[in-house]
Design a protein around this ligand. Structure first.
Ligand SMILES: Cc1cc2nc3c(=O)[nH]c(=O)nc-3n(C[C@H](O)[C@H](O)[C@H](O)COP(=O)(O)OP(=O)(O)OC[C@H]3O[C@@H](n4cnc5c(N)ncnc54)[C@H](O)[C@@H]3O)c2cc1C
Ligand SMILES: *[C@@H]1O[C@H](CO)[C@@H](O)[C@H](O)[C@H]1NC(C)=O
Ligand SMILES: *[C@@H]1O[C@H](CO)[C@@H](O)[C@H](O)[C@H]1NC(C)=O
Ligand SMILES: *[C@@H]1O[C@H](CO)[C@@H](O)[C@H](O)[C@H]1NC(C)=O
Ligand SMILES: *[C@@H]1O[C@H](CO)[C@@H](O)[C@H](O)[C@H]1NC(C)=O
Ligand SMILES: CC(=O)N[C@H]1CO[C@H](CO)[C@@H](O)[C@@H]1O
Length: 539
C-alpha cells in the first residue's frame, strides 16, 4: 500500500501540468477500483507506472479528434493494451488467434478482430475499457458467443473484441444461497456448481450457452412457472461502466440500473459478476420424443391443450421443436411421480410418436441439460435466428406450420430450417414481478415464444437466408396480427439483427432504459463505440 501512495503522490505532480495522460488515468482506474486490495491490482499499478512513458508516447501519436480510420484506432488500441496488460492480448499473428476467432456458435460471427483481449478480472476490464475509450476505438464484448447476430459479440479488424472467457469464477456467498458467477461461465459449469451445493440456479436449456448474454436478455429457463425468467433471480450485478468505474447494482444501490439490466442487454456497461439467488435442488422427471410430422394437426391441438393445463400446474415445462424431419417434444416436470404426470396426456396419447430421444428419466436440471445437448448436437454452420410472441392457438400453429413446410420445399440454397414453440406461462411473469420485476414489459398471460432458425453453409446463401428468415417471421406476424393473436414483446435472446427489441418492452420501460443509459454512460460510449447489439441507438 505504501508503495501505491508513493506512486500516486509522484503522479499527482504531473497531473497538475499535463493533461490527458493515459497512464495517469489508468493508475486512477486501478487505485480507485473497489477491488484494488487484490494483489493483482497492486502489481498492475506498479506495472503501469513502469510502462507509463511507453503508453503516453503511443497515445501522443493518436489524435483522437482527427480522421483516423477505425482499423488504425483498433490497431493502436491493441498495441497499448498489450503494453498495459501483457499476455492478455491475442493478435492475428498469435497461434491462438484462429481458435479464439471461431468460438462463436454461428459461423457468421467468426470475424477477424484487430485483436482479442482476455481480461482476468473486473479491474482488467476497467483498464481495457479505459484504453478503448481514450483511443475511441470500436469494440465488442463476448461472453459465451452464442448470439448468432454477426457483430454483436464479434467484430472485424475495425475493432477490439473483449473476450470474457477467463472470468469464470464461481462461489457461493456464506449464506449458501446466493451464487456469484463470472461472465466467462457457461450453463454446464453453473449447474454443476450449484447442484454440488444442493441448489439449482435458473439458466438455459443448453449447457453450452454462455451466461452473460443469456442473462442480459433475461433468459428463458426450465420450469418457467416456478421462479420466473433467469434474470428475475439476480440480486446484484457488478458492472464496469463506460468511465471505467466498477460499481454494484442491486435493489438498494443503483436500483434503476439494476432493473434496466434485467432484460436491457449490453447498453450500460460490462457486467463482471452476476450474484444469483438459487433454489433447492429440483428432482425432475423428463423425456424427449420424436413425432411424425404428418400428425401436425393433432400435435398442435395437444400443444395448445398442454399450454392450457400449464396455467394450472406450475411444475410442467415443454417445448415443440419442428424441422422437416419431424417434431421433437420435450416433457419436463419438476417432480418425480410414479407415473408420467397427467398434464402430458395430450401428447402421450398421440399415436404418432416414432422414437425416443431421451427416455423417461428421473434426474436433475444438470442431467437434463446434458441429455438435451446430446439430443441436439451442435455443428458448424451459419445461422440466423428470429422471434415472435403470440397467444397460444393451434389454428395459428397449423397455418404457420403449413407455410413452413412450403418454405422447406421451395428452399433452393440447401438450408436447414427449424422452429420451436416454447410456452410462456402467466405464472412466469407473476413470479418475476414478485421478485421485483424486470424491464421486459411482458403481459401476465399465457403465451407462445416462437423462434425460427435458418442454418446454411457456404457463401451463396447469405441473402436467401435472410429473406427466408424475414418471410417466415413476416407471415407469422401478419397472420397473428389479423387474428388478434400477436403480442408486442420480442425476446432478445432469440431475436435477429433485422428486428428491434427494446421498443417492444413498452414506452415506460424504454424511457427508463434511456434514462439509465444517460445516467451511467453520459457520453454514450456503449452506444457509439460498441460495434452492434440490441442497442438503444437503434430504436
Ligand atoms: C444452442 C442454443 C440454445 C439456447 N437456449 C436458450 C435458452 O434455453 N433460453 C434462452 O433464453 N436463450 C437461449 N439461447 C439464446 C442465448 O441466450 C443467446 O444467444 C445469448 O445471447 C447467449 O449468451 P452468450 O453469453 O453466449 O452470448 P454472446 O454472444 O457472448 O453475447 C450476447 C450479447 O451480450 C453481450 N454481452 C456478453 N457478455 C456481456 C457482459 N458481460 N456485459 C455486457 N454485455 C455482454 C454481447 O456483446 C452480445 O451483444 C440459446 C442459444 C443457442 C445457440
Ligand atoms: C488533431 O486533429 C484535428 C483535426 O484534424 C486538428 O485540428 C488538431 O490540430 C490535431 N491536434 C494535434 C495535437 O495534432
Ligand atoms: C421416479 O421416481 C419415482 C419415485 O420417486 C418412481 O416411482 C418412478 O418409477 C421413477 N421413474 C423413473 C422413470 O425412474
Ligand atoms: C447440403 O448440405 C448438406 C449438409 O448440410 C451437405 O452434406 C450437402 O453436401 C449440401 N449439398 C449441396 C448441394 O450443397
Ligand atoms: C384461435 O384463433 C382462431 C383464428 O383467429 C380463432 O377462431 C379461435 O377462436 C382461436 N382459439 C382460441 C382458443 O382462442
Ligand atoms: C473454440 C471453439 O469453441 N470453437 C467452437 C465454435 O463453435 C463450433 C460449433 O459449435 C464448435 O465446433 C467449435 O469447437
Amino acid at each position: 500500500m505504501a508503495r501505491i501512495s508513493l506512486v500516486l503522490g509522484f503522479l499527482a505532480l504531473f497531473s497538475q501540468t499535463t493533461f490527458g495522460l493515459l497512464s495517469q488515468d489508468l493508475i486512477h482506474v486501478v487505485s480507485g477500483s473497489p477491488v484494488s486490495q487484490e494483489t493483482s491490482s497492486i502489481t498492475l499499478i506498479d506495472h503501469i507506472t513502469e510502462v507509463a512513458n511507453q503508453i503516453d508516447t503511443l497515445m501522443a501519436r493518436v489524435n483522437t479528434s482527427s480522421a483516423q480510420t477505425a482499423e488504425q484506432k483498433a490497431s493502436i488500441s491493441c498495441t497499448i493494451q498489450n503494453i498495459v496488460l501483457p499476455g492478455s492480448v491475442i493478435f492475428m499473428s498469435s497461434v491462438e488467434y484462429s481458435v479464439t476467432e471461431d468460438i462463436n456458435w454461428s459461423e457468421t460471427c467468426w470475424l477477424p478482430a484487430a485483436c482479442f483481449v482476455q481480461p482476468n478480472n473486473a479491474v482488467e476490464v476497467a483498464v481495457t475499457l479505459k484504453v478503448i475509450t481514450a483511443v475511441k476505438s470500436k469494440f465488442a464484448v463476448r461472453g459465451g458467443g452464442h448470439n448468432a447476430n454477426p457483430g454483436y459479440s464479434s467484430i472485424d479488424d475495425a475493432g477490439v473484441l473483449i473476450d470474457l472467457q477467463k472470468m469464470n469464477g464461481l462461489a457461493f456467498e456464506p449464506n449458501g444461497i446466493t451464487m456469484q458467477a463470472g461472465p466467462g461461465n457457461r450453463w454446464r459449469a453453473m449447474y454443476e456448481f450449484s447442484e454440488a451445493h444442493g441448489r439449482i440456479v435458473k439458466g438455459g436449456r443448453m449447457e453450452t450457452v454462455g451466461i452473460p448474454g443469456y442473462l442480459l436478455g433475461s433468459g428463458m429457463t426450465y420450469f418457467p412457472s416456478l421462479q420466473g425468467m433467469a434474470a428475475d433471480s439476480i440480486v446484484n450485478y457488478e458492472i464496469v461502466l463506460a468511465d471505467s468505474s466498477i460499481i454494484n447494482a442491486n435493489a438498494n444501490k443503483n436500483s434503476d440500473l439494476f432493473l434496466s439490466l434485467k432484460g436491457g442487454g449490453s447498453n450500460f456497461g460490462i457486467v463482471t459478476r452476476f450474484d444469483i439467488h438459487t433454489y433447492p435442488l429440483i428432482h425432475a422427471q423428463y423425456a424427449l420424443y420424436l413425432y411424425d410430422i404428418a400428425d401436425y394437426h393433432n400435435i398442435f391441438e395437444a400443444t395448445e391443450e398442454v399450454q392450457r393445463r400449464m396455467e394450472e400446474d406450475n411444475k410442467a415445462d415443454t417445448f415443440v421443436s419442428v424441422s422437416s424431419e419431424g417434431m421433437v417434444i420435450g416433457m419436463f416436470y419438476a417432480d418425480t411421480p410414479a407415473e408420467p404426470p397427467s398434464i402430458f396426456k395430450p401428447f402421450l396419447s398421440l399415436d404418432s410418436q416414432v422414437s425416443t430421444l431421451i427416455p423417461l428419466t428421473n434426474g436433475t436440471v444438470l442431467s437434463l441439460a446434458i441429455s438435451l445437448a446430446a439430443a441436439f448436437p451442435t455443428y458448424n454452420a451459419k445461422r440466423i435466428p428470429t422471434t415472435i410472441n403470440t397467444l397460444p392457438n393451434s389454428t395459428l400453429y397449423v397455418s404457420q406450420h403449413e407455410r413452413f413446410m412450403r418454405m422447406v420445399q421451395e428452399n433452393t440454397f440447401n438450408a436447414s430450417l427449424s422452429y420451436t414453440i416454447e410456452p410462456v406461462t402467466s405464472a412466469m411473469i407473476r413470479e418475476g414481478k414478485a421478485r421485483g420485476g424486470n424491464s421486459c414489459g411482458m403481459s401476465e398471460i399465457s403465451q407462445s415464444s416462437w423462434s425460427f432458425v435458418v442454418e446454411w453453409e457456404g457463401e451463396g446463401g447469405d441473402t436467401a437466408a435472410l429473406q427466408t428468415s424475414n418471410s417466415f417471421r413476416d407471415a407469422l406476424e401478419t397472420t397473428a396480427q389479423a387474428d388478434d393473436l400477436l403480442l408486442r414483446y420480442r425476446f432478445m435472446n432469440h431475436a435477429s439483427f433485422a428486428q428491434t427489441v427494446l421498443d417492444t418492452y413498452g414506452p415506460e420501460n424504454l424511457d427508463r432504459l434511456r434514462s439509465t443509459a444517460a445516467t451511467y454512460d453520459p457520453r454514450g460510449a456503449f452506444q457509439e463505440l460498441q460495434n452492434d447489439g440490441f442497442l438503444l441507438r437503434k430504436v
